[in-house]
Design a protein around this ligand. Structure first.
Ligand SMILES: [Zn+2]
Length: 131
């Protein structure tokens, strides 16, 4: 980008005087050569972006149509849920808290944590009975 030699503000191609300080621009030939390469670049970007936008717009409906019947099935146990179930087993009160937290949003994960907490409490009771 050509710059005014007096104040340093950017100069547009073909400009004869600085818009900031009014100084005369003496280096007309060099700036015009520099300005030519950047101009084709934005045109290419616009052409490249258009097909990708159409692809992204057309994909979500296709995904939602196929995924909706699958989503209606009960939620899967992800790594976080399994980790929380293990945590519930190690610390039964954590399982009780998670059960009350997930009761409405994730009923299966909640019952799993409650089950692990209950199993842990039962095991602890048995160990105290026999130990
Ligand atoms: Zn200037």
């Amino acid at each position: 980008m050509p710059v005014c030699s007096y104040c340093g503000s950017p100069i547009e191609p073909g400009q004869k005087f600085c818009t900031n300080c009014g100084a005369e621009i003496t280096f007309d030939i060099q700036p015009e050569k520099e300005e030519i390469p950047p101009q084709p670049a934005p045109v290419i970007n616009e052409v490249e972006e258009r097909p990708t936008f159409e692809e992204t717009v057309s994909q979500p409906p296709a995904y939602s149509e196929t995924s909706y019947p699958q989503v209606s099935e009960p939620e899967k146990y992800d790594v976080k849920t399994i980790a929380c179930a293990v945590l519930s087993f190690l610390f039964p009160f954590v399982g009780l808290i998670l059960y009350f937290l997930w009761r409405s949003s994730k009923p299966r994960a909640a019952s799993l944590c409650l089950g692990c907490a209950g199993a842990s409490i039962l095991l602890n009771g048995l160990m105290r009975l026999f130990g």
